[in-house]
Design a protein around this ligand. Sequence first.
Ligand SMILES: [Zn+2]
Length: 296
Amino acid sequence: MNSFRIGQLDVFRIEEKVHHFDADEFFPEIQRDVIQRNASWLAPFFDIAGHRMPCVFQAFVIRYGRLNILIDTCFGNDKERPDFLIAHRLQTPFMDRFHAAGFDVADINLVLCTHMHVDHVGWNTRLENGRWVPTFPNARYVFSQEEYARYAPENVRPENPPPFFDIYQDSVLPVIASGQALMVSGEHQVNEVLTVVPTPGHTPGHISVRAKEGSEAGLFLGDVIHSPVQMADPDLNSAYCEIPAVARQSRRAMLEYAAETDALLVPGHFLAPHIGRVRREASHYQFVPGVEVVGT
Ligand SMILES: [Zn+2]
């Protein structure tokens, strides 16, 4: 599904690419018996026979009145990522798809990055005459202050650079240099319908976005959860979760909130239909894909 609604909010999904990871590499603590027990509902989202984890890389644009808000910006084109080849020197039609959804780069008022990993900040910038410049000229870019802290000049030692410093330099720093960045801390009300919620653990300052319009709510979760497999086992972290114990706490808190309030779950990387609800089971959760309301 490439568009859906949360109350009066229209949400458009812009896909960049899909990659199938080796499940044991992506989830080092994955248990095959958990997958088997939950195979009936996990099968559309996990390659059980091949033991591979399909992962969609995608962005979401929320249209709210005259405001267009972009959440996460995928890998981007032309980025030098020799250590992560699925992101290296990409030439994807992401921007064609963005335009086909009815948007121009000048239309985006706000960009929200859940965290500063390679697949969430890429299209923040584009290559112009050999320089990285902000892709969205009229947008404020919202980042987490806690996420930014490890890259703040006073905290960077050139002889021992922080993790992913190259990504920060080509995809975040140009936005700061242009004066378009806004660092937020703690729970932060963006406007009357959107709230930034701290969900640390995958990265130190990971944030999620709660959308609330009328009686409907949605949770844009970035990498709090990568796959419905983590509903079958909510403690299962990816190899890329930087603070494992905290990542588990944030995941459980968000799943519990979604199950309790029937909020629509909009994670960063789920296969089609990409979104859904959360149903609480005795010791875990179950994914109810699509926009149907649980229990009706
Ligand atoms: Zn991600």
